[in-house]
Design a protein around this ligand. Sequence first.
Ligand SMILES: [Zn+2]
Length: 443
Amino acid sequence: MSRPLLIAGGRLIDPANGVDAPRDLLLRDGRIAGVEAPGGFASVEVVETIDATGCAVAPGLVDIHVHLREPGQTYKETIATGTAAAAAGGFTSVVAMPNTLPVNDSVATLAWMLAPARGAKVRVFAMPAATVGSLGKELTDFAALAQAGALGFTDDGKPVLDAGLLRQALLWAGRLGLPISQHAEDPRLSHGAIMNAGPVAFRLGLRGYPAEAEVSIVRRDIALVREIAATEGVRTRLHVQHVSAAGTVEAVRAAKAEGLHVTCEAAPHHFTLTDDAVGGGQFGAIAFNTDAKMNPPLRREADRLAVIAGLLDGTIDCIATDHAPHARHEKEVEFERAPNGITGLETALGLGLRVLHREHGASLSQVMKLMSAGPAEVVSLGRAGSLGAGNWGDVVVFDAGAEWRFEATGSKSKSKNTPFDGESMLGRVKATVVAGKIVYREG
Ligand SMILES: [Zn+2]
């Protein structure tokens, strides 16, 4: 029995339990031991106290879409550095995507990634590949991978394009109670494209990637979920990754209204920026900004507002960063040669609070839900995302009113590829606690 940690004097925000009030929180043996009115634990002998006066205390954040680059690309990031960035950003659980080298498509690679020897600072989970080598030809061994801890299956970076194969994937994963997480992109519509199709692409002379490349695959996938339920009687789970287009939000909203088990996520960059960030407009001075290149691409203002509306009305289940570190030399090249992706673990909370809470009126509790209980539910992490007694002792303490500027040079990530260097953020992480232990403390 370890002695307890007390987090006292804060405003407890626990959307899963409907709490938003001054409360003290006690953690013991790595779990949530209890919640009391201020001073309620005065008689308990504690090993350490975090003074949360003036701060919010919430369930540790959960990010179901990160690229930790290990094994194989440790010059970009390692599991240790990526999770250090996660801890600094208030995250206590992350789900690693399988596009590593080798691709995480086997029990051996999965077990290697989850091993304590990787030195993770927060909880690491993984979604292995849906198809062998993520080549879209044959499915991986879902049952064995599920047994080894897989939270779902995805070929993230590419879609499972073959409809017959995806149908089989949905069915088999559905029988195991796991989601298929789909990178929604029809490469036949986006082939050779490197930014959103529209006036900015036209002005810069870059090939455009139409939103329909995303929307059409989402519609097809939803049709398969409906068909499998009708034909096979299996309630399959489709999760749509990084929603960027208004049409996708609409399609998922309709699928939910129909009662299908379809969930989706949105990345902070898609609710903060538009394709103007690629060249001129909002970020005037920089044209061909490779730190604004990602897949799916930044889209138009109407898409950005549709993503925000989807986050506010519950159509979009959660915020996921798609943290995608790349080395400086890889991004400092011509726009078309630069790899897709930006880092995101240390800017997600600051942007979520700035854009959704301050600019669009979401309550703190709503934003916290999108970053904790919401994502935990998508991947069925029943002990995360809530401060109920017995749950994991994973907590973030942050000053919700603090305005600050993010400096990429101070990032814990190995890579600094972010369009948010120097950008203003709202809400600063003071401490992050995993399993009752402090893994990050400001300063
Ligand atoms: Zn990704």
